[in-house]
Design a protein around this ligand. Structure first.
Ligand code: GLA
Length: 436
């Protein structure tokens, strides 16, 4: 893990000092959870249907400094949101209906205001998940949490990174040793049950399982994962060696959280409707998710689907195939092929899954024209946030300037809200979440 540049020693020292002051303890007893953001090059929107996905973390994300409290009290402050969150770990947590994503309760509020009031939900959700798993915690934490400075985290699954950070801190403070697989399930409980988002396990799997420069592959039906290493590049032995690709993130300026956008859950419901019709046609009894339908059954019965449902299923089956091809391309170090598959995945998200929005589609198209870009797509769900691209290392700076210049021409208003230094970010892959 030593090769990963984030977080720096000075960032770690800074957060330790802040928590030490909050808790009135010495900085050397402060622990830090590092919980990276994730990207998903291939396998978009198929995790909730039990599909196969690929993911990586990046060398940026959430840092949570903490010390166990003397009692059951949790006290949290945030670098991004104002106010303090206080609750006790011996209080039973129930799903947070006010933070639910169906939008009914929240509709009258701008999403940033809701997020501001609700930033403690993920910590309470982590407690809810641990309690659901039969853990009766005794020890609270005093902590300070923040995301990589200046970076807009939308589209990078900061929500799962935050949920996982709280899980790891509460577990550490209570002496619980929980496997990554179990924490994937606990974070799923935070998102699906506590917050009501019907998402799959892509984000949690990426954050808890990824390894530097590997592609993490998760079969969301069997929950079996593997790490795909890129080939050993001969030149890597040379000190001046530059790894052949960089990850480029291009931000749109759209920030609405998934939990306040009904579009995500609507698509999940459509996939299930398609699965239900296909299973009925194939005379099969199974949970209505598309992974329970064979590709041949889809081909044989797709005419029974309404056009929009046929498109959702088309996305599912074609995306699964792209993931499998992409894993092979990655293992061979064939970034051209890998990139082409990413761009095809992006197109299917636009045409079949119909989940993009204008600014993100424009960013996608700009990225495809940028110098050195192997491939690009929406990062995450596509309703907001950023696009991700893999780019030839030698062209990364040029590509970043090109994207900045072109996007501002098409979306001057949104671009004006972006931090000029971080509207396009060049980064590297990261490691899994961990406690330092
Ligand atoms: C969000 C969800 C994930 C996944 C992606 C799209 O990040 O949280 O579960 O569905 O969108 O691939």
């Amino acid at each position: 893990m030593g090769l990963v540049s984030w977080p720096s020693d000075s960032e770690l020292d800074r957060i330790k000092t802040m928590v030490a002051e909050m808790a009135g303890v010495s900085a050397n007893v402060v622990k830090v959870v590092v919980s990276p953001y994730r990207i998903c090059p291939l396998g978009a929107h198929i995790d909730h249907q039990g599909g196969i996905v690929s993911a990586m973390t990046i060398n940026k994300g959430i840092i949570l400094g903490f010390v166990p409290s003397p009692d059951s009290q949790v006290l949290l402050r945030s670098g991004q949101f104002s106010g303090e969150v206080r609750f006790r770990v011996d209080q039973i947590q129930l799903p947070d209906h006010n933070a639910k994503p169906n939008g009914k309760i929240q509709q009258n509020y701008p999403s940033d205001v809701m997020e501001e009031c609700k930033w403690g939900s993920y910590a309470k959700g982590a407690l809810y998940a641990l309690q659901s798993g039969g853990h009766h915690l005794k020890q609270g934490i005093t902590g300070f949490i923040y995301g990589t400075e200046g970076l807009d985290s939308s589209g990078l699954s900061s929500s799962a990174a935050v949920g996982i950070a709280y899980l790891l801190a509460l577990e550490s403070a209570n002496g619980l040793s929980i496997s990554p697989t179990q924490n994937i399930e606990y974070d799923r409980l935070i998102e699906n049950e506590y917050l009501g988002l019907k998402n799959g396990i892509l984000d949690q799997s990426a954050i808890l399982l990824s390894r530097y420069r590997c592609l993490t592959c998760m079969d969301c039906k069997t929950k079996i994962h593997k790490l795909i290493h890129p080939p050993k590049f001969e030149m890597e032995k040379n000190a001046k060696f530059k790894f052949p690709y960089k990850i480029l993130l291009a931000f749109s300026g759209l920030k609405q959280a998934l939990t306040t956008n009904p579009g995500y859950n609507r698509r999940v419901t459509e996939c299930r409707e398609a699965a239900e019709i296909l299973l009925k046609a194939a005379v099969k009894k199974a949970e209505p998710v598309l992974s329970n339908v064979e590709q041949e059954e889809f081909e044989a019965h797709k005419s029974k689907l309404e056009p929009h449902l046929a498109k959702r299923a088309e996305h599912y089956f074609s995306e699964n195939t792209r993931v499998i091809k992409g894993l092979e391309a990655w293992a061979c170090g064939n970034f051209e092929e890998f990139g082409m598959l990413i761009s095809a995945s992006g197109l299917s998200s636009i045409q079949n899954y119909e989940c993009g929005c204008e600014p993100l589609i424009q960013l996608y198209e700009i990225l495809l024209k940028a110098p050195g870009v192997y491939g690009a797509r929406f990062s995450g769900a596509g309703f907001r946030g950023c696009c991700v691209a893999f780019v030839d290392s030698d062209y990364a700076d040029e590509a970043a300037s090109f994207v900045k210049n072109e996007y501002v021409k098409l979306q001057p208003e949104l671009a004006s809200h972006l931090n000029k230094d971080t509207s396009v970010v060049i980064c590297d892959s990261g490691d899994c979440a961990r406690v330092l």
